[in-house]
Design a protein around this ligand. Structure first.
Ligand SMILES: Cc1cc2nc3c(=O)[nH]c(=O)nc-3n(C[C@H](O)[C@H](O)[C@H](O)COP(=O)(O)OP(=O)(O)OC[C@H]3O[C@@H](n4cnc5c(N)ncnc54)[C@H](O)[C@@H]3O)c2cc1C
Length: 503
């Protein structure tokens, strides 16, 4: 972190930047707001100097990695997304020598599979934007904000781990930290190497296919690699499979207690970056980084519509992981300098919309993805519609070139979604147009289906983070307790802390 000197009553006090944010509220002068961390030699003088200013006395502290004592079988971590990665890192630091099973490829090989898919439409169902080293986060915007409180310094541990593996230092203090997919991939490799150097083991291309149980507890896991089955005996499994491992969820259904979880679906919407920046920052747009937004609206029918996972200066990508089922998402590079800015525009659903069975939500997602694939021309182009055509408005506006990685095909979103979704999207667009100038501009483009914003099921767990099957710790987004890179990583850490406390 950058270190500077502050003059307090004539004495030089070193400080580091703790938090940096931009205050660009309308009608007020543009301000950069800094919170700084000082460690004065003379606390009394410093407190006098700070009188009238906002300050907090924070006890010296940092994250204390847990230690695992005694003799125990090597734990297995399934999935190397943020949850599995940070669980494996802590286990390795605790001396537990974890074995990590990841169904997808290592990040360099995975980049090749994804680029091939985007270029040619040849999908590798085991190595794609959802599956592979780094998990769903590897091809992301790399936003690292979280709403989870950081009382135990887990969040700062995650950020500092990324920094020590190549992420820019500003993620430690920016109010909206962002790495970018290009830099994130390098961090993921570095963390993997650290785990291996501490005695951990990584097996790529290894899909966990079964959990063997004995008297209500885990006794082994089975995985398949290159068509061959291997059994690992263990009494502890950290399950960080993300929200897209539908086959694995079905396998788990008769082994652990699970429940349905509400989720949202919708479209990706793209506007010119310049338009969003100007709307948010006005005359300061050129001086500031690409702008973000977060919008929400309650429809007259009581449904929530909101923007999610906004990617300033980013690209819309094909995030599919199953044949003939099309999924959109957003990604940006560190520079966030793409011509458009995009965001998911989502409508909240409840079981009344899709059924109360455990996998009804998942099947609803699949059905939408199949329809989106067909509407796009069944060749991996995404169905795409302008906001003007969707709302039936003939308002002049600039046109927006869609960035979807596999190309787009004009389509009618009303042929894809049921009317309770399109009605909510229409109302949301008009409402958001009042909050961000031109958000509902005719030329803005929507691509679909944005169906995997979160997991449609939850694996139940107790106060120690253990599922109904002893020794099985469901973690991260797939477990249904986290959403996003930071919260998934912190959830993986929490499970390891709990495991280390167990006798
Ligand atoms: C394109 C995109 C952009 C995103 N952008 C952001 C962002 O900017 N900021 C943010 O906070 N979040 C973002 N997200 C969401 C974020 O990536 C996820 O919330 C996060 O990755 C969840 O972490 P996880 O470890 O729980 O699961 P995942 O990251 O999904 O990882 C699960 C891993 O488990 C593996 N796996 C699944 N089943 C098995 C099995 N049976 N055997 C072995 N391995 C298995 C998968 O291959 C995968 O690698 C984005 C997601 C996508 C797809």
């Amino acid at each position: 972190m950058p270190s500077y000197i502050l003059n307090i009553f004539g004495s030089a006090v070193p400080f580091t930047v703790y938090r940096r944010s931009i205050d660009a509220r309308r009608g007020k002068p543009l301000r950069f707001v800094y919170a700084v961390d000082i460690m004065p030699k003379d606390e009394h003088t410093a407190l006098r100097a700070l009188k009238g200013m906002k300050y907090e006395i924070i006890p010296d502290g940092g994250y204390v990695c847990p230690v695992k004592r005694g003799a125990f079988p090597r734990p297995v971590v399934v999935g190397f997304g943020p949850a599995g990665m940070f669980a494996a890192l802590l286990l390795a630091k605790a001396g537990a020598r974890p074995i990590v099973l990841e169904r997808g490829k290592s990040v360099d090989e995975r980049v090749k599979s994804v680029e091939l898919f985007w270029r040619t439409g040849v999908l590798d169902t085991e190595s794609n934007v959802q599956f592979g080293e780094g998990g769903a986060g590897s091809f992301s915007d790399g936003k690292l904000n979280t709403l989870v409180k950081d009382k135990n310094y887990r969040g700062r541990f995650v950020l500092s781990t990324f920094v020590s593996h190549g992420a820019p230092e500003d993620i430690m203090y920016d109010a909206k930290p962002h790495i970018g997919t290009d830099l994130l991939r390098g961090c993921v490799k570095g963390i993997r190497e650290e785990i291996i150097s501490l005695g951990g083991e990584m097996v790529f291309g290894a899909r966990m296919t079964d959990i063997v149980t004995e008297q209500g507890r885990v006794s082994a896991v089975k995985y398949v690699k290159n068509g061959e089955e291997t059994v690992i005996e263990t009494d502890t499994v950290f399950l960080g499979i993300g929200h897209s491992a539908r086959d694995t969820f079905r396998m788990l259904a008769d082994k652990v207690n699970m429940e349905q979880k509400p989720f949202s679906v919708g479209v990706r919407i793209e506007h010119p970056r310049r338009m969003i920046d100007t709307s948010q920052y006005r005359e300061h747009a050129d001086a500031l980084p690409a702008a973000s937004y977060k919008l929400s609206h309650q429809t007259s029918a009581g449904r929530g519509v909101y923007t999610f996972c906004m990617c300033p200066g980013g690209y819309v990508v094909n995030a599919s992981s199953e044949e003939n089922r099309l999924v959109t998402n957003g990604m940006s590079y560190r520079a966030r300098d793409g011509i458009n800015s995009n965001s998911a525009l989502l409508v909240g659903l409840t079981p009344a919309d899709y059924g109360t069975g455990l996998f009804d939500g998942m099947m609803f997602q699949q059905h939408l993805e199949e329809k989106a694939f067909a509407l796009g021309g069944a060749d991996w182009r995404a169905p795409c519609q302008t906001v003007g055509s969707f709302l039936g408005i003939k308002k002049e506006s600039a046109s927006v070139t869609p960035t979807f990685s596999n190309g787009v095909r004009e389509a009618d979103m009303r042929k894809l979604f049921p009317s309770f979704i399109t009605d909510a999207l229409s109302e949301g667009l008009v409402s958001f147009g009042k909050k961000i100038n031109d958000f509902d501009m005719s030329g803005a483009v929507m691509t679909a289906a944005e169906s995997r914003s979160t997991c449609p099921v939850r694996i139940l767990r107790d106060e120690n983070g253990v599922s109904s099957l002893a020794g099985l710790y469901p973690i991260g987004e797939g477990a249904g307790y986290a959403g996003g890179i930071m919260s998934a990583a912190m959830d993986g850490m929490k499970a390891v802390e709990s495991y280390c406390k167990m006798e």
